[in-house]
Design a protein around this ligand. Structure first.
Ligand code: ATP
Length: 272
């Protein structure tokens, strides 16, 4: 059916190297997610129990979705991604059927990873909305099918962990929680370096200093700062062209980045 097709999302080929500051998370999540699915016998021989549900939480724009996509790419495992909001937008009954279908596919494709992005959209379902509750119940039932869920790991992401129904966090469900933190100085530098690699930069651009000046900004905001700075350069280029002047030396300057930082409001608050 057409509605079903909409909930399966394409997974872009994100690499760990595309995510600034991901080295530690890469190692930890490879051990928690990839090893149990790839070498279950060795894990069992070492008395290690596989996790069934892994939850990534943290403020918006700080690489939770990117991280899930990098796991998909680097593990090479079958990966089925679903957006919580997409499930929520479906008709009553349809979203429950969709959740069951997702798990059916995942079992058929095991070893596999099911990824629920924005899980708060369904997992916060006890706010009086009957429909949300039914979807949540379906998800819990599927996760509780221990034996049948062999070789399937459920990964989820949220920036509103406090909105999740506590039933989701009980043992045997999402009991492995990982805080994906805002980028620190080194991570911010890595994002600036990635973003400036393929553009013409003026000699004064210093990504160490830019990283120092962007404490508290999310990864998404740093990408946006780089876009604004580049846009300022294109604007200048077009003005030179229009005036018939030489535009060959046009490059993004430190001042462009600093102006972009001033224009970009931090969204992350301490409560997040
Ligand atoms: P939300 O909670 O709002 O869904 P999220 O934590 O899932 O956010 P992502 O979707 O992974 O955030 O990141 C949004 C965008 O921000 C990415 O597509 C990327 O452009 C940029 N970004 C965020 N963090 C990083 C990072 N560490 N390295 C490189 N780019 C980043």
């Amino acid at each position: 059916p057409t509605a079903m097709r909409e909930i399966f999302l394409e997974t872009p080929k994100v690499q760990w190297s595309d995510i600034g500051g991901s080295a530690e998370v890469e190692q930890a999540l490879t051990e928690v997610i990839e090893w149990p699915l790839k070498i279950p016998d060795i894990m069992a021989a070492n008395n290690l129990r596989p996790q069934k549900g892994v939850l990534l939480y943290g403020p918006p724009g700080c690489s939770k979705t990117l991280t899930a996509q990098a796991i998909a790419t680097s593990s090479g495992l079958n990966f089925i991604a679903v957006k919580g909001a997409e499930l929520n937008s479906m008709y009553v009954g349809e979203s429950e059927r969709a959740v069951r279908e997702v798990f059916r596919k995942a079992r058929a494709a095991a070893p596999s990873i099911v990824f629920f992005d924005e899980i708060d959209a369904i997992g916060g379902g006890r706010d009086g909305a009957m429909k949300g509750l039914n979807v949540l119940t379906t998800l819990l039932n599927e996760m509780d099918g221990i034996e049948t869920l062999k070789g399937v790991l459920v990964l989820a992401a949220t920036n509103k962990p406090e909105a999740l129904d506590t039933a989701l966090l009980r043992p045997g469900r999402f009991d492995s929680l990982w805080y994906i933190e805002p980028p620190n100085q080194q991570a911010r530098k890595e994002i600036f370096d990635m973003q400036t690699r393929r553009v013409s930069l003026a000699g004064d651009v210093d990504t160490d200093r830019l990283a120092a000046q962007t404490e508290g900004y999310s990864g998404a905001e740093i990408v946006s700062i780089c876009q604004k700075a580049a846009q300022a350069n294109v604007r200048r280029y077009m003005a030179l062209l229009r005036d018939g002047k030489d535009s060959a030396g046009s490059a993004i300057t430190m001042a462009d980045y600093q102006a972009a930082i001033c224009k970009t409001v931090k969204q992350i608050t301490p409560e997040m």
